[in-house]
Ligand binder design. Structure first.
Ligand SMILES: Nc1ncnc2c1ncn2[C@@H]1O[C@H](COP(=O)(O)OP(=O)(O)O)[C@@H](O)[C@H]1O
Ligand SMILES: [Mg+2]
Length: 242
């Protein structure tokens, strides 16, 4: 089977300083794959290189068997690789609905208004009631939902999620993880970066542990979850705090 995404020996550097060094990973259709690792390990740099937001300094990125290395971000989005960036960059002065429209423009359609209207209400019940409100009035959890909804408006086949639960209360983080699970059930393939190791491994099929820009460990999420040394050895925190 051809992997949906195949990253081969990817390198990313900033001003000559290496941030990602020889990372290889793959995502099969229908999988949730997670990249975990400490702050500064290079997780965002990998996602940004896949999306064409930062240039790669080496290696190759294949989507459905074709190289997307060096393509512009809009061309990568057009193929169906869509990133929801860390920090939920939404337009505060625009309404919720306008934020969704902006995201859909490049694809020439507005899914919220079309066949997925019903799905939209099912996936985002709180947002569906606040379409006319300025995005700046949303709570942190609602803003993250809007960032995710915006990503979906772009029509992804592979969704890249960068720390979707960052800064959310445990309850709102649980809502975000539930949503990700439902998106997978709907057939979406997901590569995600998360600090919440246990929750992520409970959701993912497989995971890669990144340490200083290199893959230190990889395996099924179940294997990694049962690895007592994982958190202490690679993630730099005590098991209790994960
Ligand atoms: N735009 C940038 N310019 C310079 N250095 C950067 C930039 N972005 C990230 N870095 C550095 O690259 C390394 C990896 O960062 P990043 O990919 O953001 O890690 P993570 O997402 O795992 O926290 C860090 O040392 C970080 O300081
Ligand atoms: Mg990051």
């Amino acid at each position: 089977m051809t992997a949906m995404l195949e990253v081969r020996r990817l390198a990313v550097s900033y001003g000559g300083l290496s941030a990602v060094d020889g990372v290889s990973l793959e995502v099969q259709p229908g999988e949730i794959v997670s990249i975990i690792g400490m702050n500064g390990a290079g997780k965002t740099s990998i996602l940004n290189a896949i999306s064409g937001i930062v240039p790669s300094a080496g290696g190759e990125i294949l989507f459905e068997g074709e190289s997307i290395t060096g393509l512009a971000t809009h061309a990568i989005v057009a193929r169906g690789v869509v990133q929801v960036p860390e920090g939920r960059l939404i337009f505060g002065t625009l309404s919720v609905e306008e934020n969704l429209r902006v995201a859909a423009y490049s694809q020439g359609e507005f899914l919220l208004r079309q066949r997925t209207r019903h799905d939209f209400r099912r996936l985002f019940p709180t947002l569906a009631d606040k379409l006319d409100q300025p995005a700046a009035s949303l709570s942190g959890g609602e803003a993250q939902m809007l960032a995710l909804a915006r990503g979906l408006e772009a029509g992804p086949r592979l969704l890249l999620l960068d720390e979707p639960s960052l800064g959310l209360s445990p309850k709102l983080a649980a809502d975000v993880f539930d949503l990700i699970e439902r998106l997978r059930e709907g057939g979406l393939t997901i590569l995600m970066v998360e600090q919440n190791v246990r929750r992520t491994l409970a959701l993912a099929d497989r995971a890669y542990v990144l340490e200083s820009g290199r893959i230190a460990l990889e395996g099924s999420a179940a294997e990694l979850l049962s690895d007592d040394g994982l958190v202490a050895n690679y993630l730099g925190m005590s098991p209790a705090s994960s």
